[in-house]
Ligand binder design. Sequence first.
Ligand SMILES: [Zn+2]
Length: 118
Amino acid sequence: MSARHDGQSAVGGVVYLIHLERPYRHARHYLGFTADLSRRISEHRCGAGSPLLRAAGSVGIDFEVVRTWPGDRRLERRLHNYKNTPARLCPVCRGETSPATGQPLPTGPAMPSQAATP
Ligand SMILES: [Zn+2]
């Protein structure tokens, strides 16, 4: 690299993985890159930015961002190589989080019982 503009080397943005509530045709995930995630998701919710998400939305399929990675488009491209095995990337498909809440599921013993009242 010949350019030396230190301070411009901030993280380029964020790579995000969207999991569709139900599969749309054969697709259940969307991987994208943005410098402004919340704005990008708003666009997706309006049907902009992704034909897949617009099509899914038009038939009533909801979606959510299930995972993000700070990075750049090179990372996005690398992660795209996993698109045939999205379960390796997607915590929902791996059963690690609840699709309903997006919260991590408790591991190990099930729900701790309510503390007994003394
Ligand atoms: Zn998934």
